[in-house]
Design a protein around this ligand. Sequence first.
Ligand code: NCD
Length: 465
Amino acid sequence: MNSTPATPVPPSNGDEAASGPAAPRHLVSIDDVSLGEMHALFEHADKFAADPKGFADSCPGFISASLFYEPSTRTRLSFESAMLRLGGGVLTAAEMTSSSVVKGESLADTIRVVGGGYADVVVLRHPSEGAARLAAQFSPVPVINAGDGSHEHPTQTLCDLYNLHVERGRIEGLDVVLAGDLRYSRTVHSFAYALARFGANIVCVPQPGFELPEYVVQRLYDEFGVNPVRADARGLGKLAANSDAVYLTPQKPHQLSLFTDARGWEVEHVDAVYMTRPQTERHSGKELSETTYLRLEKRAMAAESLRDAVVMHPLPRRDEISDEVDSDPRSIYFKQAARGVPIRMAILAWLLGRLELGADMSDAPNIGYPVPAGTNPCPNPSCISRTERRHVIPRTKVLARDPLKAACGYCTRDLAFEYVGCSSSGMYHAPGAKAVKQIHGNHLVFLESAVAAAESGFRPAGSAT
Ligand code: NCD
């Protein structure tokens, strides 16, 4: 077992340059897992599901710690159930208001303590976007992101994909409707990235005003070649009646045509409807007051396109699926929640080194991606890099060189920067300057202002040393 480090533990995901052999594997984003690894996890989950009590000798003596800074029922309890079924033990801090957080302890310090001998794996839910990434930088043991603000929820996505695998036998080429609050639902964001990687088609039916965020749409396009077009969703009946639908389909060559195709794509056949609740804890709720939220009713289920669609929901549900839909054999949301246990058994056993997946990991977008250090001019007020400034180890992901574009290494939103520094020369430049093109990717430093540049020890280009 590692002891508490005096310095941050280099992350193994997305920062290969800095990672050492001792760095644990974390599950912070769905991008941290390759498609082969996901398939292997599903196969193991099948075995756990077939014999839930038969694997109690898998993780003897291992302890998981649940650190939940936000409410949870399913995620926390299914993780704890999974750990107990594997023969391990659990520590729970589900009410972080009863912990040292109220005394002002930082997340970085909490993780160093909990991961430094108390537990062998940390399951973290936190309201700040990128919190799990920051925790992973300080943790000697694997960190599992159980939801970070409205950013990502990768283990719910593995559960959702596992459900598609069980119900449909494949994920490739499926037509999946994502409905409801697509803007703030973290489950939707991780799910959309994964579906795109699997080559599934996504039909977005957002609550008006709660469309998929621009940064998610852009990533789907830039990184996964997903081509969004306006969908003709009349075939979805009442479900899409009050909403604009968008068809997102992995296609090459890349061709961004969001809302430019007047004809649209007809939604004729749906394999799964994934409904989500309004995430009112992440917005004032006022934005919703003038309109009523989408609702999946028995009548909507009569649409021809939904004839053999399964109905999914990460839960908790409010009113967006009417109770009368529960008895419809296509409704699988309670089975979906139950399958959270076997898939989380697989995730825990894997990250604890008790399960060898033996899968190629090269297609995981975060593995082997160079993540240069820099300052972190992240404009997102909900990003952990804004709230835990003292502990932020600058981390940026260069998305494009010409024009230069970079994302925050924590919340993955685009960085807002005015200047670009070179960590090797100590000079800073305007982003469009010729000299910027010559700077090695790992030497790029993004600076929000000349003041920030000076504070970080950079000199303006052309100035004397
Ligand atoms: C989701 C979450 O917490 O993001 N719940 C869950 O983990 N099953 C969805 C939600 O709260 O709406």
